[in-house]
Design a protein around this ligand. Structure first.
Ligand code: BTN
Length: 262
C-alpha cells in the first residue's frame, strides 16, 4: 500500500488544476520512473504527465550511476514534457528543475543554510547532495519529440548506505527537524515552482531564470576544473553552459562536472 502522504486520493486533491501533474500515476514500487515515463511518452501521453513512485528498484542517476531509492522517505518523480523549443535548448530544462529545487529547499531551510546547485544537475545543502536531476529525451533532428524530466529529492531519509553517508543529506536532516515532511506537499510545491521556471523558458525569458539561479551556483567565483578547462567559475552562458575565466580568456563548458581546485 502507498503511504498516505503520497496516496492516490491525496495527490488528486493536491495536484488539481496544475499544469504539471494533474494527470499522473503513482506506484508503490517501479524499476525507474524515468523509464516508465519514457514508455508512456512513446505511446503519446501529453505534456505534464507525472510518474511518481514510493520506491524504485532500478533508479537511474546521471553518467550511468544508480539512484538509490528506498521506500517511505523520499520523492522519485518523472514528468513527460513536450517542449516547443529545439533540442539545443534542452539543457535549460535541468536549470529549470534546479531553480525549482532551490526554491523548495529554501522554503524548508528558512534561511538557516542555503541550498546550492552543483552544475548541472545536483542540489547541495552544505557539502552534501540532497537531490539530483536526470533529463532524457528523444529528438528528430533539431526538434525535440519529448523530454523526460526526472527528479530524485531526499526528503525524509535518515539512514544511508556506507557509500553515501558522508556525501548525502535530506531536507529532514538538513533542517534538523524530528517530524517528517509531508511529501505530497513538497511535491505540489516543487511542481508549482517548476511551472514558473518552465514558463520563463517558454516565454523566451530564460535569461531571467539563469540570473535567478546564478547566485546559487556552487563554487561561483572559485577556481574549478571542468572537462579539461581550468579557471574561475563565472556563471552561466545563455544556453545554461558554464562560463569560466581561464588564462586564455572566457571559455564555456557544456558537459562534465566541475570540481574545485587550488
Ligand atoms: C543524479 O545522478 O544526480 C540524477 C538522479 C535522478 C534520479 C531520479 S529519481 C526519479 C527519476 N527516475 C530515475 O530512474 N531517475 C530519476
Amino acid at each position: 500500500m502507498l503511504p498516505e502522504d503520497i496516496g492516490p486520493q491525496r495527490l488528486v486533491t493536491l495536484l488539481q488544476g496544475r499544469r504539471l501533474g494533474v494527470r499522473h500515476e503513482v506506484w508503490e514500487s517501479i524499476d525507474s520512473t524515468n523509464e516508465r515515463a519514457r514508455v508512456l511518452a512513446e505511446v503519446g501521453v501529453g505534456e505534464g504527465f507525472l510518474v511518481l513512485a514510493d520506491a524504485q528498484s532500478a533508479g537511474r542517476g546521471s553518467q550511468g550511476r544508480a539512484w538509490e531509492s528506498p521506500p517511505g522517505s523520499d520523492l522519485y518523480l518523472s514528468l513527460v514534457l513536450r517542449p516547443h523549443y529545439g533540442a539545443a535548448e534542452l539543457p535549460l530544462l535541468t536549470m529549470a528543475a534546479a531553480t525549482a529545487l532551490v526554491e523548495v529547499a529554501d522554503h524548508r531551510l528558512r534561511g538557516e543554510t542555503r541550498a546550492q546547485v552543483k552544475w548541472p544537475n545536483d542540489l547541495y545543502i552544505g557539502a552534501r547532495k540532497c537531490a539530483g536531476i536526470l533529463v532524457e529525451s528523444r529528438s528528430s533532428g533539431s526538434r525535440c519529440d519529448f523530454a523526460i524530466l526526472g527528479i530524485g529529492l531526499n526528503v525524509n531519509r535518515r539512514h544511508w548506505p556506507a557509500e553515501l553517508r558522508e556525501n548525502a543529506t535530506s531536507l529532514l536532516e538538513a533542517t534538523g527537524r524530528s517530524q517528517s515532511f509531508d511529501r505530497g506537499i513538497v511535491l505540489a510545491e516543487l511542481l508549482e515552482a517548476l511551472e514558473r521556471s518552465l514558463a520563463q523558458i517558454e516565454s523566451g525569458q530564460s535569461s531571467l531564470l539563469l540570473s535567478r539561479l546564478e547566485p546559487r551556483l556552487l563554487w561561483r567565483g572559485e577556481e574549478v576544473e571542468c572537462s579539461g578547462l581550468r579557471g574561475q567559475l563565472l556563471g552561466f552562458d545563455p544556453s545554461g553552459a558554464l562560463r569560466l575565466a581561464t588564462v586564455e580568456g572566457t571559455r564555456t563548458c557544456v558537459s562534465g562536472s566541475p570540481r574545485r581546485v587550488g
